[in-house]
Design a protein around this ligand. Structure first.
Ligand SMILES: Cc1cc2nc3c(=O)[nH]c(=O)nc-3n(C[C@H](O)[C@H](O)[C@H](O)COP(=O)(O)OP(=O)(O)OC[C@H]3O[C@@H](n4cnc5c(N)ncnc54)[C@H](O)[C@@H]3O)c2cc1C
Length: 548
């Protein structure tokens, strides 16, 4: 006999856990099913080197989790704590460095070391980006209207969107259009002349993307990273969660359980079951049947719709959209345990603003573009760029005293490396990255106690993200807002009644935002209420007919 729940959630990543917590809080009998031995998905902390070192395996900094969500779910009581991240620090092989502190005067002085023109330009650039982030921010948290639908309800929602955009003047409308369509290089090179500034900014444009800074559309990713608020009002502020990113998902799991949700790990779902076009539950790989009239899938859409469901049960154009959905990546995450902190030639000694910041290995935009072109031509980058942080500088729970953990987010290897492990080539790639670090911080290599290399193959096969794309699918115009992940289904519903989607491949996703997980609950509760009204109206009509 099948086990019975109100809602079953496929996937125990942060979005599945957010949805579970909100639904259980509403009193619905909710079950989360996670394939791995641990919840968290791409926001997880693990100990591959033994209990001394806790690594933030994939994602490493938080910014986009809405403060209202943290409050609603009382996450602080469940252990959620953020250490604000320090500024960018970009050491260079010629012995100089660029730092971008929050303090405006100090930032200006830093940039002026490389170019007086760039120092003059930075304030306007930051204001411009923040202005666009402020326009885009609220759109990220909303459920997109069905653009193109002629149904009255959808037309009303499209009108609502247009009303929101009336706050934008003619200048901003053009700026937004340019932001969404330009290459990062077009934007950066128009404003800054020094390689130092161009190199750092181009990294934030291509992080997680299968695109170089000269690819049209990459300008948007810079703004994507300016949308964010840790709750202290600082747009674009980033922080390290205590315990690594797993600290966020452990707090979410604890909150969900406290509201009554059940979470099962090592529970891979084999099929989402349907009858007459409606979801009826799931079947696990071990044959266990679970029935629920509401199912939420948070797995990558090419898992949800091409593996867990039968394509024959879905409209052909929807299946076509999902098949064509682009999820390429060349990201390699390298996690390291260190015997000591790195000592930078350009800035010797310990500095919390350096060691506790984002250390960027990227000396020019051209170099970043050349690295991408190599990978696009089928070869791993000779000179990978890296976005590095050492969260143990703030968080003593991650490593023994005096030792540290380092997260190195790097790009690129060819996007086809999701198909094969490429182990030897990845070791050589990591060696090249370490040599790059050694050139600015002599002694780094000898300080490494252990290293873990997670390639697109691992990110797909171990963590379930097809192609290894960090956002569950590329953040390009054709895959955003009303187009994410398929035409007509950006509202978190699917062609199957009672089946909803809430992974990062839906709008609001790409990152640890919790937005799809929260918004799907709004849709589910609304749909349940409407269905109850319809049932009541039907019963009322039947009774009045019987009484006549
Ligand atoms: C290398 C890397 C670095 C990143 N860095 C950052 C960062 O610093 N900051 C940031 O905000 N974002 C970052 N991201 C993006 C962010 O981590 C993801 O967008 C987000 O965590 C995805 O959450 P999710 O809940 O939507 O999906 P996931 O976390 O992918 O959860 C889906 C879950 O479904 C499970 N699953 C798959 N198949 C099945 C099945 N058949 N049955 C049951 N369960 C199944 C998976 O195991 C997984 O746990 C990064 C991602 C990567 C890969």
């Amino acid at each position: 006999m099948a086990q019975q729940y109100d809602v079953v959630i496929v996937g125990g990543g942060h979005n599945g856990l957010v949805a579970a917590a909100y639904l259980a809080r509403e009193g619905l009998r909710t079950l989360v099913l996670e394939r791995r031995h641990i919840v968290g998905g791409a926001a997880v902390s693990e100990q591959p080197f033994g209990p001394d070192f806790t690594l933030t395996s994939l994602s490493y900094v938080v910014s986009w989790l809405p403060p209202a969500l943290v409050k609603d779910l009382d996450l602080v009581r469940h252990g959620y704590h953020i250490y604000p991240q320090g500024p960018y620090f970009a050491p260079r092989t010629d012995g100089s460095y660029l730092q971008l502190p929050d303090d405006k005067r100090a930032r200006r002085e830093q940039i002026a070391k490389f170019s007086a023109k760039d120092a003059d330009a930075i304030e306007h650039w930051d204001e411009w980006m923040e202005g666009l982030g402020t326009v885009l921010g609220p759109l990220v948290t909303e459920i997109p209207p069905k653009v193109g639908s002629k149904k009255p309800i959808d037309l009303a929602k499209q009108a609502w969107l247009l009303r929101k955009l009336t706050g934008i003047d003619e200048r901003k409308a053009v700026d937004l259009t340019r932001l969404l369509t330009s290459s990062a290089a077009d934007l950066i090179e128009d404003t800054f002349e020094s390689d130092a500034m161009r190199g750092v900014l181009s990294v934030s444009a291509v992080i997680g993307s299968w695109a170089g800074p000269r690819t049209p559309g990459t300008a948007y990713v810079i703004a994507h990273h300016h949308i964010g608020d840790l709750g202290d009002g600082r747009i674009g502020a980033w922080g390290f969660p205590r315990g690594g990113m797993g600290g966020v998902t452990q707090a979410l799991a604890s909150a969900a359980r406290s509201f009554g949700a059940e979470i099962r790990t090592e529970a891979p779902v084999a099929r989402i079951t349907t009858k007459n076009g409606s979801a009826t539950g799931v079947i696990l790989e071990d044959g266990t049947e679970i029935s629920a009239s509401t199912v939420i899938t948070t797995t990558h859409p090419q898992i949800s719709f091409l593996r867990l469901l039968d394509s024959a049960d879905l409209p052909a154009d929807f299946v076509d959209d999902i098949r064509r959905y682009k999820s390429r990546s060349g990201t390699v995450k390298i996690n390291v345990a260190l015997d000591r902190l790195p000592e930078f030639t350009s800035k010797p000694g310990f500095d919390a603003q350096v060691h506790g910041g984002t250390i960027v290995l990227s000396e020019s935009l051209d170099e970043v573009e050349a690295s991408f072109q190599e990978a696009a031509a089928g070869k791993p980058s000779t000179l990978p760029f890296a976005d590095i942080c050492i969260p143990s500088v703030f968080d003593p729970t991650l490593a023994p005293e005096g030792k540290h953990v380092m997260s190195m987010f790097t790009q690129w290897v060819p996007h086809t490396w999701n198909e094969e492990p490429h182990l030897d080539e990845l070791e050589a790639y990591a060696d090249r990255l370490f040599a790059r670090m050694e050139a600015v911080a002599p002694g780094f290599t000898s300080s490494v106690l252990h290293r873990q290399i997670l390639s697109p193959y691992d990110i797909e096969h171990e963590y379930g993200i097809i192609g290894g794309n960090i956002f569950h699918g590329e953040l390009t115009m054709g895959q955003m807002f009303h187009a994410r992940p398929a035409a007509g289904y950006a509202d978190l519903r699917t062609p199957i009644a009672g089946l909803y989607q809430a992974g990062s491949a839906t709008h609001g996703g790409g990152g640890v935002t919790g937005v799809p997980g929260r918004n799907v609950v709004h849709q589910i509760l609304g749909d349940r209420k409407r269905s109850q009204w319809r049932d009541r109206a039907r019963i009322g009509a039947r009774e009045s007919k019987a009484n006549r």
